[in-house]
Design a protein around this ligand. Structure first.
Ligand SMILES: O=C(O)CCC(=O)C(=O)O
Length: 247
C-alpha cells in the first residue's frame, strides 16, 4: 500500500527563525523536510502516512467490545482499564505531587521488545508485546530512515484539555543523542519545542493526522518540548514515539 497520498512538495506549515543555524531542505525521497536547528535536527513529513492508513489507525487504537469507538465519550470513563480494547492496553498512570496522587492528563501505553522497561516521571512501564498494527507502523518508519526501534510509547490525548508538560526525552536508557520518531493520528495538536537555555527561542510545530516528526542529534540535550492544552480541540489525538531503549 502507498504510504503517501500525493507527490507534490508541501510547504512547511510553521515558521523557522531567519537566523543562523536554522535551515530546511525538502527530501523528495522521504516526502518531508530535513530541518537543522542549533544543536538539533528534525525531520517533518506532514503526510507521511496516507489518510487511509491514518484513519485505520484511529480505529485500531480505539476498537473495543464495550462502546462504539466513534461515539464514545472517553473523558467520562473513570476506569479506562475496565474497557476491553481489542488492540491497545490503555492505562492512566498517576504521579505524586506534594503528597497528592494526580492522574496523568492523558492515557498511555508502552510496547516493545522483552526487557525494554521504561521509566519516566517515576513511572516504570513493562512493555506489552508488539502487535501487527504497531509493527506495521514501526517497519514503515524504519524502512524510510534506516533506523531501528525496539519500543514505542503511545499517548492518547482524549480532547484539548489533555496535555503534556515540558520535558526532554533524556532518560539514560535512551542513550546520549537518541533518534525518536513521532507518528501522529487524529486531531492536530501543536508540539512546542524550546531551547533550555533561552526559553523564548521556540518552534510551534503542528502535528496532524498522518504526520511524522523525527527528532535527532543533540536535540534532547539542548531543547525541551511540550503539548499544551488547546481548548478548541474536542476530539482525540494519538501520538506514538518510537524509541530505542538500552538495557
Ligand atoms: O504527543 C507528543 O507529540 C509528544 C509525546 C512526547 O513528547 C513523549 O511522549 O515524550
Amino acid at each position: 500500500m502507498d504510504l503517501f497520498d500525493n507527490s507534490d512538495e508541501l510547504s512547511l506549515p510553521f515558521r523557522l527563525p531567519e537566523q543562523n543555524g536554522y535551515k530546511s531542505n525538502w527530501s523528495e525521497e522521504l516526502r518531508g523536510y530535513h530541518i537543522v536547528i542549533p544543536n538539533g535536527h528534525l525531520f517533518y513529513s506532514e503526510r507521511f502516512f496516507s489518510k487511509k492508513i491514518s484513519d485505520r489507525c484511529l480505529e485500531y487504537f480505539q476498537e473495543n467490545s464495550n462502546f462504539d469507538w466513534q461515539n464514545a465519550n472517553w473523558k467520562d470513563i473513570s476506569d479506562i482499564e475496565s474497557i476491553d480494547f481489542r488492540n491497545i492496553h490503555w492505562k492512566q498512570d498517576s504521579i505524586n505531587l506534594y503528597g497528592k496522587k494526580l492522574p496523568l492528563p492523558r492515557l498511555t501505553s508502552w510496547y516493545g521488545d522483552k526487557g525494554r522497561d521504561y521509566t519516566y516521571s517515576s513511572i516504570t512501564s513493562r512493555p506489552n508485546d508488539w502487535n501487527d498494527g504497531l509493527l506495521y507502523l514501526k517497519r514503515e518508519i524504519e524502512r524510510c530512515f534506516g533506523a531501528q526501534f525496539n519500543s514505542v510509547l503511545l499517548n492518547w490525548y482524549r480532547d484539548g484539555e489533555d496535555y503534556l508538560n515540558w520535558h526532554s526525552d533524556d532518560e539514560k536508557e535512551l542513550g546520549r543523542n537518541p533518534t525518536i520518531a513521532s507518528a501522529n493520528f487524529g486531531e492536530t495538536r501543536d508540539f512546542v519545542v524550546r531551547r533550555k537555555d533561552e526559553k523564548d527561542q521556540k518552534l510551534i510545530i503542528p502535528l496532524k493526522h498522518g504526520t511524522l516528526l523525527v527528532m535527532s542529534g543533540e536535540l534532547q540535550q539542548f531543547w525541551e518540548h511540550s503539548v499544551p492544552k488547546r481548548k478548541k480541540v474536542s476530539g482525540s489525538r494519538f501520538n506514538l514515539t518510537f524509541r530505542n531503549i538500552g538495557i
